[in-house]
Design a protein around this ligand. Structure first.
Ligand code: SAM
Length: 292
């Protein structure tokens, strides 16, 4: 899977993601992480990418031109399927030739946002595929595990990180397919949200976790939080591991874990529990607990 990030702070994302599990997956080539520095697509000598907001008000707004050209550049790279290393792109002469956007290109972008044509190998027919461009914004739909699963099906994903007061609305209308927030609070930039999303999506890509099963039975699966986990030593500061986990009785362990999941969800996330599908026996267990 290929991640592309349009950002003013590529180092932040590269350094944040190039370690541990995601770092190993990048080394193995299961993922690629491609940084595009929006500043490299500025048109002025000082590489300025922001300007004052029309109508006045506090703060600065990211200008549409550099974002548009950086996006165009990525789309070209995706079409050519090259430059796919976990590095920053080497720009051909900083896109000198591409700095003026023709009216035809604008028209094409409006009607077929981010579409590329690929060939369906089974029936050799061309298929139109839309490359999703995710704008990280506190105004978007709040990211969750279901969305991570959906995005993990994509081959290429482009993330657009805003800064300052955000990005000129016109370019967002032209290139963005998904508006996603990581929660109801305002951060200084889209880089941390992009890292959060990439981490959550990347770990669902087959082979990224050593043990693929570990992505299958965990929090949010079936709208339940995961049961508590324990490892050695058996007794830690006079606290023992629950006896059932030492019993070797697989069915009992499973039953205990499910009950713990239900209890945790009831305590911490009753909103989720309403959507969970429980057996009659599990419902009775929950009701007995709630009556206490
Ligand atoms: N003025 C904007 C508003 O009120 O919606 C907020 C801009 S914020 C200071 C700067 C950038 O940080 C945004 O463009 C966005 O990319 C990112 N950002 C901030 N909070 C975020 C959140 N909760 N989720 C995703 N991105 C966020």
């Amino acid at each position: 899977m290929n991640f592309y990030v349009l950002t003013l702070f590529p180092d932040m994302i590269e350094q944040g993601l190039n370690t541990s599990i995601i770092g190993r997956a990048l080394d193995k080539g299961l993922l690629t992480l491609n940084m595009v520095d929006i500043r490299d697509f500025a048109e002025n000598k000082h590489n300025r990418v922001d300007d004052y907001p029309y109508g006045g008000g506090a703060g600065m707004v990211m200008a549409p031109g550099p974002v548009y050209r950086a996006h165009q550049y990525i789309m070209e790279q995706i079409k050519l399927r090259k430059g796919l290393t976990h590095n920053r792109f080497e720009y051909p002469d900083k896109m000198e030739a591409d700095k003026t956007v023709s009216a035809e290109t604008l028209e094409e972008n409006k009607s077929e946002k981010n579409q590329s044509t690929e060939v369906d190998k089974q029936n050799s027919k061309p298929i139109k595929k839309q490359t999703r461009v995710i704008y990280l914004t506190p105004q978007g739909s709040v990211f969750n595990q279901g969305m991570a699963e959906e995005f993990a099906e994509e081959e290429d994903l482009i993330f657009l990180c805003g800064h300052y007061e955000g990005i000129d609305e016109r370019v967002l209308e032209m290139v963005v397919t998904d508006y996603v927030s990581i929660g109801d609070y305002v951060l200084t930039g889209g880089e941390l949200p992009a890292m959060v999303m990439i981490d959550a999506i990347a770990r669902l890509v087959p082979g990224v976790l050593n043990n693929d099963v570990s992505a299958e039975f965990e929090t949010f699966q079936d709208n339940l939080l995961e049961y508590p986990q324990y490892t050695r030593p058996e007794v830690f500061m006079e606290k023992s591991v629950p006896e059932v986990l030492l019993s070797g009785h697989h069915a009992k362990v499973e039953e205990w874990r499910k009950q713990q999941s239900i209890l945790r969800t009831a305590k911490n996330r009753p909103d989720l529990l309403k959507k969970a599908e429980l057996s009659q026996k599990e419902k009775k267990f929950l009701n007995d607990y709630l009556k206490k």
